[in-house]
Write a protein that binds this ligand. Structure first.
Ligand code: NAD
Length: 363
């Protein structure tokens, strides 16, 4: 029996070619993994009547660890994002997005090493919305007026922003535990508490309480307003260490951080809960590149590096990371996006699998 069994969701768009490159590189380290491949997304709708058949979360619950390629969310078809549904169903409350510089990736900076910890279950992404003109919107508008909370224009659509003590406690605790386990020195809570007193204000209050409980950990704590965070991330990206944010700010700031380190092609991620962890790149399915063997698999492969660490395979993780640094550092056998960032042209770039071959040769 293999030492590890991991659920593999190839996804769609560029997903299958990226996960193929990723499994080839991981297997070349010699680590003993058996992949349990399950399909999700629009392509399985006809067969199962749902983009997320029950055997997908069942497989992840059983194996506790999964890695996936991106999955397209078709606009206007009425089906919810499989990615969001999976995070909800498995209560993957922490979204971890490390952003570290890889010299040669064409990034603006080469001294970034920060980690975004995004709350994954509540805030404006809770999905509690009332469309313009609906009965629900009308009642809410009346309720707000009756409570003296404020006037909402009658032709408004409304999205709720719930932030709880429970959700905040566990994400801030996760950020501190992550900082301790990974030799980090500072946690910064990011918010807009000066304006959103009852949602972000609560987030900040609870974050300060949790920080108090970790006072002896040696981890420094500070808080920062989200808009100022964005500016300072661009001006001084080297300042930051672990950032913990409510869902929406976490989503936006992690794309900003991806931009600082060279773009979506190199930004890995993980969604972690108390029971299971699902590793995936930050980027989506980039349909226009699907099947062309051109997309950059680095984000998928760096997601596998996070997974290998999680599986307690630090040597394999280090070898893959070193190979990525070496191949990108040399700048020869790299995909179009990295070539273009470095030279202004895609000429001389290699395809997805040829890049994976170059990594394997460096392991
Ligand atoms: P996207 O990340 O798929 O693509 C945006 C652009 O980024 C691409 O056109 C391409 O230029 C570049 N890019 C992204 N990944 C790349 C890679 N690996 N190599 C080289 N270039 C890359 O974002 P989008 O176009 O907004 O979304 C497409 C679909 O993906 C949507 O249906 C969206 O819902 C879905 N999506 C899925 C996930 C997920 O599965 N977790 C995440 C984000 C978006």
């Amino acid at each position: 029996m293999a030492k590890h069994t991991v659920t593999l969701i190839p996804g769609d768009g560029i997903g299958p070619e990226l996960t193929t490159a990723m499994t080839r590189v991981v297997e070349a380290t010699g680590v003993d993994i058996e992949w349990e491949t399950v399909e999700a997304g629009a392509d399985v709708m006809d067969k199962y009547g749902t983009p997320l058949p029950e055997h997908v979360p069942e497989s992840i619950r059983k194996n506790k660890v999964a890695i996936k390629g991106p999955i397209t969310t078709p606009i206007g078809t009425g089906f919810r994002s499989v990615n969001v549904a999976l995070r909800k169903e498995l209560d993957l409350y922490a979204c971890l997005r490390p952003a570290f510089s890889i010299p040669g990736s064409g990034a603006r900076y080469d001294d970034i090493d920060l980690v975004i910890v995004r709350e994954n279950t509540e805030d404006l992404y809770a999905g509690i919305e009332f469309s313009e003109g609906s009965e629900g919107a009308r009642k809410l508008i009346e309720f707000a007026a009756a409570e003296g909370a404020g006037t909402i224009r009658p032709d408004s659509g409304i999205s709720l922003k719930p932030i709880s003590i429970t959700g905040t406690r566990r994400i801030v605790k996760y950020a501190f535990d992550y900082a301790i386990a990974n030799g980090r020195t500072k946690v910064t809570a990011v918010h807009k508490a000066n304006i959103l007193k009852h949602s972000d204000g609560l987030f900040l209050k609870v974050a300060r309480e949790v920080a108090g409980e970790y006072a002896d950990s040696g981890i420094e704590f500070e808080d920062y307003i989200v808009d100022a965070t964005c500016m300072q991330l661009v001006l001084h990206p080297e300042w930051w260490d672990v950032l913990v944010l409510p869902n929406l700010y976490g989503d936006i700031v992690s794309d900003l951080a991806a931009g600082l380190i060279g773009g979506l092609g190199v930004a890995p991620g993980a969604n972690v809960g108390a029971e299971c962890a699902v590793f995936e790149p930050v980027h989506g399915s980039a349909p226009k590149y699907a099947g062309k063997d051109v997309a950059n698999p680095t984000a998928e492969i760096l997601s596998a590096v996070l997974m290998l660490k999680h599986l307690d395979e630090p040597d394999a993780a280090d070898r893959v990371l070193r190979a990525v640094r070496t191949v990108i550092g040399k700048g020869e056998k790299v995909t179009y996006d990295i070539k273009r960032s470095n030279t202004g042209s895609t000429e001389g770039s290699v395809g997805t699998q040829a890049y994976a071959d170059a990594l394997i040769a460096e392991l």
